[in-house]
Design a protein around this ligand. Sequence first.
Ligand code: SF4
Ligand code: SF4
Length: 141
Amino acid sequence: MHSKILVLRFPKSEVEKPIVCYLAKDYDLTFNILNATILPRKEGVMVLELAGTRKNFKEGVKYLRSQGVQVRNASQEVKRITKKCTHCGACTAVCPTGALAVIRPEMSVDFDQKKCSICELCVPTCPTRAMEVRSTNKAFF
Ligand code: SF4
Ligand code: SF4
C-alpha cells in the first residue's frame, strides 16, 4: 500500500466538481481529507491523504492533473522566519485558515503551523518576506 499526503489546488472552474470521488471509483484509491479551503478568488485548496497501489496512485495523480488540478507533495511546508516578522498583520487578512492571527491585546501575529493549508497566499503578501515555502525533503512517489 502506497500512501502520501498531498496538497491539491483546484482552479475556480473545477471547485464544484466531485473530482476527488473519482479517485475511489475509477482508481481504487482511498482518501482522507485533512483540510479543505476555498480561497478568496474561489479556487480550492485541499490537503488529503491518498492511499492505494503505487500504479493506481500514479494513475490517480495523472487524472487529477488532467483535470487542471495542481498536485503537490505535502512535504512542502510554510514557515515564518521569526526575526523578519514585524507583526504588521498584513498576512492575517489573506490567510483563509486562521493559521496567521492577531493576538490581542498584545497585537502580535501568531503563526499556528498545524492550521496551515500551504495555500501560499501569505508569501507574496508579507512585505518583509518572512513567510517562506520550504521542502521537507520527502520524495513525491
Ligand atoms: S505580513 Fe509578514 S511581517 Fe507582517 S505579520 Fe505577517 S509574517 Fe509578519
Ligand atoms: S500558507 Fe499562509 S496564508 Fe495559507 S494557510 Fe498557511 S499561513 Fe495561512
